[in-house]
Design a protein around this ligand. Structure first.
Ligand code: SF4
Length: 216
């Protein structure tokens, strides 16, 4: 009998995650839609749709691990396409806020629909598989965030209102203090608009002197 080559499960999992990332990226290029969106432009619309309060450009830069000029160029293109609107911040004349236009909402809704090929792949998973994958990816993302390898996202595992294992003998063992409801692994959120996190200390007055405004 031939020995099975050494295959460390963690390495195999990483290979699988890379393959899934490639599939999502390829799909993003194929799903450019009527506005011929680049993957970055599509990501910006998706973020603006996810949390509908007006967003500053610096928030997009942080969330997408990008640079201010790259985000600024993409936002300009989205504005020209009539999908994003820039408004002056009434409390800071140098800063702007970004929101979706009605066409931007329609396009962001189109992007949010799961492509059939991914729906089919997901349908092959049992609810237990989905719960285990959600738990596993949430745990990995939290660790990467703690090590500053990726930006912090609004998920249950980093939320002040998340109470893990608050109901240990239940099939919905966690608790969301915002919803005041138990949560099963299957209900863990990776992008929650109600996420609650401690606010960073505001910059001291004069901190930005001599620098371009990050949200101008
Ligand atoms: S508010 Fe949202 S992120 Fe926070 S625990 Fe509840 S569901 Fe999770």
């Amino acid at each position: 009998m031939t020995d099975v080559p050494d295959t460390a499960p963690h390495e195999q999992l990483l290979v699988g995650l890379v393959r899934l990332g490639q599939a999502l990226r390829i799909n993003s290029y194929r799903n450019a839609g009527p506005y011929r969106l680049s993957p970055l432009q599509a990501d910006i619309l998706t973020i603006l749709r996810g949390d509908q309060r007006p967003r500053r450009p610096s928030e997009l830069t942080h969330a997408l691990t990008s640079s201010p000029p790259t985000i600024s160029d993409a936002v300009k293109t989205l504005t020209t396409k009539g999908l994003v609107e820039r408004r002056r911040d009434p409390s800071d004349a140098r800063a702007v806020f970004l929101t979706l236009t009605p066409d931007g909402h329609t396009e962001a809704d189109r992007l949010a629909r799961m492509p059939a090929v991914f729906g089919e792949a997901m349908a092959a998973l049992s609810p237990d598989d989905v719960a285990a994958m959600l738990r596993g990816t949430s745990t990995m993302i939290r660790s990467l965030q703690e090590n500053q390898a990726i930006p912090v996202t609004k998920m249950c595992l980093t939320c002040e209102l998340f109470r893990p294992e608050a109901h240990p003998s239940s099939d919905r063992p966690h608790h969301c203090a915002f919803l005041d409801s138990p949560l099963a692994d299957l209900e863990l959120r990776l992008d929650c608009s109600d996420h609650h996190t401690a606010r960073a200390r505001p910059a001291a007055a004069g901190d930005t002197r001599g620098h371009a405004h990050p949200d101008g």
